[in-house]
Design a protein around this ligand. Structure first.
Ligand code: NI
Length: 455
């Protein structure tokens, strides 16, 4: 115990100033090769192509989640000890398992996770569990120094079936250490002001409860502010249409590579050997841990010189940041998309690779949606008489945001289509009406000239 108390190492951080590592096991986990790999994976993937300073890594975010959790546990230990409060208090013997789960919650993430997972059918949550429990990893060896069952305890926190729900909800709930860190960190590194909220206030009103985590009613405005910030980050940053336009290119590029591999495996074994286990859909954990942003970027460089014009063109578009453009469509205007695809095909593009329908509803979705059936994840305030009230029932602001599906559906196509000129019309981005008029008047069909232009 004394040895643990004396141990301290500090990581400097722009969000939390000092991240204090107070246990040797935590430092060993940070120094493991599986955790160091997170330095080489950008937290926001293609969003960094829109917000140019958003180059922060999953490594920094993971340390940040650890630090927020550590601060909460210090506060709980001082204010709400189990010795005094029984089931309503915090049991500090849970500290190490909670901190390990906080630190490792994203360790299974790979490069450009969302797109990579949809093409290659990987799953970062299952991979996180595998990295923690697989005897081949350094992380597993380190956790086993605590006890032989400790890796499984850490894994069960992340899988949300750990018996102590206070521990689970600190890492995973509507207002947990993970979300608090990424909102603040992503707001800071994108340079936007939307995601900021009063973390220090939230860390004073959070408290343990019998089956989880609640907030003092006096802290309602701080919690409300967090929900509004989250909403704004989704609308302004995470659902950014141009970032999605780059994701569409990445999606089509990986899809093309996967299809070509079936015909020309030798080309990929030579040009991008670390991608081969995924292209042939036969990978193990070691193959997965070899991946990072750099491996993908290098593969794209190689593919940009490929014999295949589609693979080469899509790789160049990704490397040189030439996003597909988009128009928003509704259920009524969706019928026009067939015509748009026809026009795009007339210009010589294969619409399987050069058009996409993409809905922000398909992106990882995290607005606040309280529901009676799923009351473990709703935010509850504890009132002076000790009763709990769900946040949207007491905050009009949150009520107006909660439960609604907000987002859009967009049709993506090559930006060169915007430069197709006619006597009467120029097509502008985001202008479905113009596009429809052009189609009805045959304006596009008359046009032969295609100018490429920069975005
Ligand atoms: Ni996270």
């Amino acid at each position: 115990m004394n040895e643990t108390m004396m141990f301290e190492k500090v990581f400097r951080d722009p969000i939390h100033h000092d991240i204090q590592v107070e246990h040797p096991i935590i430092l060993e986990l940070i120094n493991s090769k599986e955790f160091q790999r997170l330095r080489r994976i950008k937290q926001l993937g293609t969003t960094s192509l829109i917000f140019h300073t958003a180059e922060h890594s999953r490594f920094g975010h993971s340390l940040g989640v650890y630090e927020i959790t550590r601060q909460i546990l210090n506060f709980f230990t001082r204010q709400y000890p189990k010795d005094l409060l029984g089931d309503y208090g915090w049991d500090d013997t849970e500290r190490l398992v909670t901190l390990c789960a906080a630190l490792l919650h994203d360790v299974g993430h790979g490069p450009y996770s969302h797109t990579f997972e949809s093409i290659f059918k990987t799953n970062h949550e299952l991979l996180t569990i595998d990295i923690i429990t697989n005897e081949e990893t350094e992380i597993n060896q380190i956790l086993k120094k605590v006890s032989s069952t400790f890796p499984f305890e850490v894994a069960s926190v992340i899988q949300k079936n750990y018996p102590n729900q206070q521990v689970v909800q600190l890492i995973s709930s509507q207002i947990d250490a993970d979300r608090m860190d990424y909102l603040l960190r992503d707001a800071y590194f994108t340079g936007t002001e939307y995601g900021t909220f009063d973390l220090s206030r939230i860390l004073r009103v959070i408290r343990p409860h019998k089956d989880g985590i609640t907030f003092n009613a006096s802290g309602m405005h701080a919690v409300e502010d967090y929900i509004v910030s989250r909403y704004q980050m989704y609308m302004q940053v995470y659902f950014h249409p141009v970032s999605r336009g780059m994701e569409v290119i990445l999606d089509k590029l990986l899809k093309r590579a996967k299809e070509l591999y079936l015909i020309r495996p030798n080309y990929f074994e030579k040009s991008s050997p670390l991608m081969v286990p995924f292209l042939k859909n036969n990978f193990n954990l070691e193959d997965y841990l070899d991946l990072d942003d750099g491996v993908l970027t290098t593969s794209f460089h190689m593919w940009s010189k490929s014999y295949d014009p589609v693979l080469s063109d899509l790789a160049k578009r990704f490397l040189n940041r030439k996003p597909f453009k988009s128009v928003a469509y509704t259920d009524e205007t969706k019928k026009e998309l067939d015509l748009m695809r026809e026009l795009i095909e007339q210009q010589g593009y294969n619409t399987d690779y050069y058009t996409a329908e993409q809905s922000s509803f398909d992106l990882p979705y995290d607005f606040y949606k309280p529901s009676k059936e799923n009351n473990k994840t709703q935010i509850e305030l504890i009132q002076p008489d000790g009763s709990l009230i769900e946040l949207s029932r007491t905050s009009d602001l949150v009520a107006s945001l909660a439960g609604e599906n907000k987002g859009d559906q967009r049709f993506y196509f090559p930006s060169e289509m915007l430069a197709i000129k006619s006597d009467t019309y120029t097509l502008f981005e985001d202008d479905m009406e113009t596009f429809n008029n052009m189609i009805q008047n045959g304006a596009i069909k008359k046009t032969k000239e295609v100018n490429t232009h920069d975005n």
